[in-house]
Design a protein around this ligand. Structure first.
Ligand SMILES: NC(=O)c1ccc[n+]([C@@H]2O[C@H](COP(=O)([O-])OP(=O)(O)OC[C@H]3O[C@@H](n4cnc5c(N)ncnc54)[C@H](OP(=O)(O)O)[C@@H]3O)[C@@H](O)[C@H]2O)c1
Length: 188
């Protein structure tokens, strides 16, 4: 059942959505280092209608706003501009912008999505209620600028396996996991 606030609006939560290799590499700093079309479809369905909080490097790796979602982009550069990005300079401002996006575009939205990359996951995981994690059975060298997903303290999180996908041809095997926080996260 959906939790409600006192004014009957849905209670807001934060969900991290991420795909990582078994060595926790999520990208080489400029993009992904795998192509899993079904995982991209899953990301689309998990994030549609929600605001995404991402770092400037992740924004640049995508290169455009994702349709039907708000793209809230963190940068320290006060002069940086990008069409379609909602630009913020600290995490509190990102949360404020995400709530404003929901109020303006989709009042029924219950989730702010922590969308990466590595720096932004490190900053935002304390606020997350859940993690939608794809684990890919490869162990790539992400290079000098490799981005990693942080280690999770299993005292704080409960893991649930959602699905296992076998390798096919050049496509490695992977699995979908959902991690729930054992105790309430930092307040949004
Ligand atoms: N596999 C996945 O699920 C997934 C998901 C997302 C991204 N990725 C990959 O991850 C890589 C990018 O990750 P990354 O860790 O290198 O970079 P990132 O987290 O996407 O972005 C880092 C940038 O965010 C800004 N930033 C960080 N902390 C900030 C703060 N406290 N205040 C304001 N701005 C702040 C800075 O931008 P400025 O330098 O402009 O100041 C910083 O350079 C790419 O390879 C991407 O493809 C993978």
């Amino acid at each position: 059942m959906t939790a409600l606030n006192a004014d009957q609006s849905p209670a807001l939560m934060m969900s991290a959505v991420v795909a990582m290799a078994t060595n926790r590499v999520i990208g080489d700093g400029t993009g992904l280092i795998w192509h899993l079309p079904d995982d991209l479809k899953r990301v689309k369905s998990l994030t549609m209608g929600c605001p995404l909080i991402m770092g400037r490097k992740t924004w640049q790796s995508i290169g455009r706003p994702l349709p039907g979602r708000g793209s809230i982009v963190l940068t320290r550069d006060q002069n940086w501009q990008a069409e379609g990005a909602i630009i913020v300079h600290d995490f509190d401002a990102a949360l404020t912008a995400a709530k404003a996006w929901i109020a303006a575009h989709n009042a029924g939205c219950e989730k702010i999505i922590l969308f990466g990359g590595g720096e932004i996951y490190r900053m935002g995981l304390d606020y997350c209620h859940e993690i939608e994690l794809t684990v890919i059975d490869i162990s790539p060298d992400g290079g000098l600028d490799a981005a990693l997903f942080p280690e999770l303290n299993t005292d704080d999180w409960t893991q649930q396996i959602e699905a296992e996908i076998d390798p096919v041809g050049d496509v490695p095997g992977y699995r979908y996991e959902r991690w729930y926080r054992a105790h309430p996260p930092r307040a949004l």
